[in-house]
Design a protein around this ligand. Structure first.
Ligand SMILES: Nc1ncnc2c1ncn2[C@@H]1O[C@H](COP(=O)(O)OP(=O)(O)O)[C@@H](O)[C@H]1O
Ligand SMILES: [Mg+2]
Length: 270
């Protein structure tokens, strides 16, 4: 087989993942394949299992069944540390920023840079500020000042700081749980610019989103869950908002709901 005809292998692959909470099956044999350097949207109605799936991928919870393969190797996460060691970083909706601290301090929260002096070990504020400026410049994030407290910043700026923090420590796959849910149009654009820049720089992004306009503007691939089951996964160029909506609502891509994979999308009147 020529190199061009070779099928692209996924960067990360979740196979037949099942996760139960008591009587609730949050995930039922879900397959999820993520390819390198793509922006992959994860969609579905409330309680579809989106957050649970990314928690499994980020090592925060362990599924009852299924396996994860990362760059061709089966991996087992005992906790988020194991996922982080592979470069899988997650930004949850609460962002986990320290409002009273400035941008630089937030970027290094829990992983502060220090220097040793004869009197002891001190925070290396100068170096953290320099590194923060370099990181923001590299990601083309425009903030007035790295010494500004994050409390005083806009929602989009705060989201960008939280994402930048995940990128700093050698992230390769960044998972974002509804990064633009609370943002206006301009602020959303800032986050989109950042996500696009991340892809340019070789990162892979998985993004939970409820906004199909956003998904179709930004993403390369979309996977839809419906009440814990995989409804479908498509390259954005081979689907339509109508088909995706149908998958979200019925769990099936076919108009008559038989789940036929080869069914042609039917245009709803626009
Ligand atoms: N910690 C938990 N304990 C009990 N049930 C949970 C827990 N987390 C999620 N669930 C249930 O699992 C299902 C999927 O939830 P979730 O992954 O949060 O969905 P989504 O993010 O798509 O809204 C829901 O029915 C939810 O109530
Ligand atoms: Mg959720």
């Amino acid at each position: 087989m020529s190199p061009i005809a070779m099928p692209l292998s996924p960067m990360a692959e979740m196979r037949a993942i099942t996760k139960r909470y008591g009587g609730i099956t949050a995930l039922d044999q879900v397959d999820f394949r993520i390819f390198g350097r793509e922006i992959h949207a994860l969609c579905g109605d409330n309680a579809a299992g989106k957050s649970t799936l990314i928690k499994v991928l980020s090592g925060a919870i362990t599924p009852e069944e299924g396996e994860i393969v990362f760059e061709g190797k089966p991996v087992r996460f005992r906790g988020p540390r194991d996922a982080k060691d592979l470069g899988i970083e997650t930004v949850y909706q609460d962002l986990a920023l320290a409002d009273n601290l400035d941008v630089a301090a937030n970027l290094f929260l829990g992983r502060e840079l220090t220097h040793e002096r004869t009197k002891g070990i001190f925070l290396d504020l100068r170096r953290m500020e320099d590194e923060a400026r370099n990181l923001l410049a590299r990601l083309k994030i425009h903030l007035p000042n790295v010494r500004q407290r994050v409390r005083t910043m806009s929602g989009g700026q705060r989201q960008c700081v939280a994402i930048a923090r995940s990128v700093y420590f050698n992230a390769r796959l960044v998972i974002l749980d509804e990064p633009t849910a609370a943002l206006g149009v301009k602020e959303t654009q800032k986050v989109f610019d950042l996500v696009t820049e991340m892809r340019e720089q070789g990162l892979t992004v998985v993004m939970i989103s409820h906004n199909l306009n956003h998904v179709f503007d930004l993403c390369d691939r979309i996977t839809v869950l419906k009440t814990g089951r995989l409804a479908g996964s498509r390259h954005i160029s081979e689907t339509s908002k109508e088909e995706v909506l149908r998958m979200i609502m019925t769990g099936s891509s076919s108009p008559d709901g038989d789940g036929g994979a080869g069914a042609k999308p039917v245009r709803l009147s626009a």
